[in-house]
Design a protein around this ligand. Structure first.
Ligand SMILES: [Zn+2]
Length: 170
């Protein structure tokens, strides 16, 4: 299915977004579907619980993504270290470019409260699905393995560059 050709006709304004439909679209992207919680993020999620983690998600979205011109847009969301960061890349809620592309929300203006709620709902559904997954071993390299990797690979693992990410989306 061609995601981009569908976009204008099938995406509707909030609150009619269907998080499950959104996740189905996202699963067609190789880059998005490869994002999974690693051991460290799973531990955080288990320790804090889903609701607390989603509170962090609201703060991250509000502070880093919601402003009309977010600082460092396209690079403001790390790839790892918090379950929300991973969820943001998996759900394309990591920066305004990705949100514009996947959710039809224009850049250059502040996100509304309703839009933030909607994006958080997609993140919630993704995290719930992720908690049901048992195979997290491959999801995260050990810290020592990451240290030994060349810098460029390490940057791919721990930093974000949504321009690079888009190349993987195909
Ligand atoms: Zn992004």
């Amino acid at each position: 299915m061609n995601r981009s050709s569908e976009k204008s006709s099938t995406l509707v304004s909030p609150p009619c977004w269907d998080p499950d439909q959104q996740l189905r679209w996202l699963s067609e992207s190789r880059f998005r579907s490869r994002q999974h919680l690693g051991i460290a993020e799973r531990k955080i999620l288990q320790r804090l619980g889903l609701e607390k983690v989603l509170e962090h998600g609201r703060v991250f979205l509000t502070q880093r993504v919601a402003p009309a011109r977010p600082a460092n847009d396209g690079r403001q969301t790390p790839m790892r270290k918090h379950p929300i960061f991973v969820a943001q890349h998996a759900t394309a809620t990591c920066c305004r470019g990705c949100i514009a592309r996947w959710y039809n929300i224009p850049t250059g203006r502040e996100l509304t409260a309703l839009e933030i709620d909607t994006l958080l709902t997609v993140i919630r559904h993704w995290l719930e699905r992720e908690m049901e997954r048992s195979d997290c071993k491959k999801a995260e390299p050990s810290p020592t393995a990451a240290k030994r990797r060349p810098r460029s690979v390490q940057q791919t693992l721990f930093q974000t560059d949504c321009e690079t990410a888009k190349k993987h989306e195909g």
